[in-house]
Design a protein around this ligand. Structure first.
Ligand code: PMP
Length: 395
């Protein structure tokens, strides 16, 4: 076989891609061993039947040909109206590109603002695809570390310093945050905005969990003065409407940037299936009722998880303020997150994600997705805590 490209062979930096425990759990299931999967952010409910019916009806109506590459106009307009309502920034269809999920939006955003080799900042702990996404867009990923003791919040000073040192062109943030559950307070968003303006950075703002907030309020950086012109906002129907498999999301930004993004979409994805977009439009038109139904179980299970944790002292957590996960601090066991997750999978057939999969700042933690029914989650957390206690005593 002829040689593969440098870009593709270095996508994961030659190291692990952070998903080994997940793949091992899946292999165990295929081999017939039941595993409680608390790994990826996949709802335990499917897409609502009414949305599936809308998709079905759209396909039967004949919306099965090539759709408009930037997205069907009505959906672009609905997303623009949603953003206007949520951020107070006047937003029109010309500011919106419909993408095959938030992941494609993250990639496209980086391609749009990075030239080959440019440094691109992101906050550690991070959603596991981020460094690979930046490399795929020919950028050089640079992580900014945070601390559990500071709720994993980045400081404006650290961002400005990293930008100065690296000459970075962009900063990627995610609030509500996966994996930590942190919702950035207004002050943090203001500090980030100030650093971006001072260092002339593009801000790529991943807001795919914006409907899942349990404490505080989601502040979109696009709403801050002067930020709309330097922000590319990433949104998705995956988490808000349990539509992970439909692959529909969006990118919102200055019209001039969106025009360029349409060129990129034409040369890569060639758009999103029309019947899926019609389903997404139907879903958005249902308003917050449907979104609340989708997010409510995570709020309930977050409370449940905190109640179980309160019964013991070995495993601790920063109460998640949003999203569908809880990050557990298992440092009392003396194990790394990876070793803990591997041992828990072997001993109890419970799969969680090692904190290290999300970066150095999350070492000694594991992330639990709140994506199984309440009783099973409670049992699994009790087992996990008891396991941690045994390991802590042995340490
Ligand atoms: N951003 C974050 C923080 C995520 O957790 C995910 C999915 N787990 C995505 C983006 C991508 O989601 P999708 O492509 O399904 O919209």
């Amino acid at each position: 076989m002829p040689q593969l490209s440098h870009r593709i062979t270095t996508l994961n930096d030659g190291g692990s891609d952070g998903w080994e425990v997940f793949y091992r759990a899946r292999a165990m299931i295929v081999a017939g061993t039941p595993v409680t999967e608390l790994t990826i952010g996949e709802h335990d409910i499917g897409t609502d039947a009414s949305i599936l019916q809308a998709i079905h009806a759209a396909a039967l109506r004949g919306h099965t040909g090539y759709a408009m590459v930037p997205g069907v106009h009505a959906l672009r307009r609905a997303v623009a109206e949603r953003l206007t309502a949520r951020t107070g920034v006047p937003t029109g269809p010309e500011n919106v590109l419909i993408t095959p999920g938030g992941q494609a939006a993250l990639f496209s955003a980086h391609v749009t603002v990075l030239s080959p080799g440019d440094a691109a900042l992101y906050i550690d702990p991070y959603y596991a695809t981020y460094p690979g996404t930046i490399r795929a867009a020919s950028g050089t990923p640079i992580a900014i570390q945070t601390e559990a003791a500071r709720a994993f919040l980045p400081s404006g000073a650290a961002i400005a310093e990293a930008a100065r040192k690296s000459g970075a062109k962009s900063l990627l943030i995610n609030t509500p945050n996966n994996p930590t559950g942190t919702v950035y307070p207004r002050k943090t968003i203001e500090d980030i905005a100030e650093a971006c303006t001072a260092q002339d950075l593009w801000l790529i703002s991943d807001e795919v969990y914006d409907t899942q907030v349990w404490q505080g309020a989601h502040v979109s950086p696009r709403s801050l003065p002067g930020m709309a012109e330097r922000t590319l906002l990433v949104g998705s129907m995956s988490k808000s409407h349990a539509m992970t498999g439909s692959r529909v999301g969006w990118l919102v930004g200055p019209a001039e940037a969106v025009d360029r993004l349409i060129d990129l979409a034409t040369a890569t994805t060639y758009g999103v299936p029309g019947y899926i977009q019609d389903g997404a439009l139907f879903a958005l038109e249902q308003g917050p009722g449907l979104e609340d139904r989708v997010s409510e179980p995570f709020r309930r299970r977050r409370d449940l998880a905190l109640r179980v944790l309160a019964e013991q002292n070995t495993v601790t957590a920063i109460p998640p303020q949003g999203a569908m996960y809880i990050m557990l601090d298992i440092r009392a066991t003396g194990l790394s997150g990876r070793d803990f997750a591997e041992a828990l999978l072997d001993a109890h057939h419970i799969a969680v994600m090692p904190g290290e999969s999300f970066g150095r700042s999350a070492a000694g933690h594991v992330r639990v997705a709140l994506t199984v029914d309440d009783a099973r989650l409670e049992d699994s957390l009790r087992t996990l805590c008891a396991f941690a206690e045994t390991r802590a005593q042995a340490a």
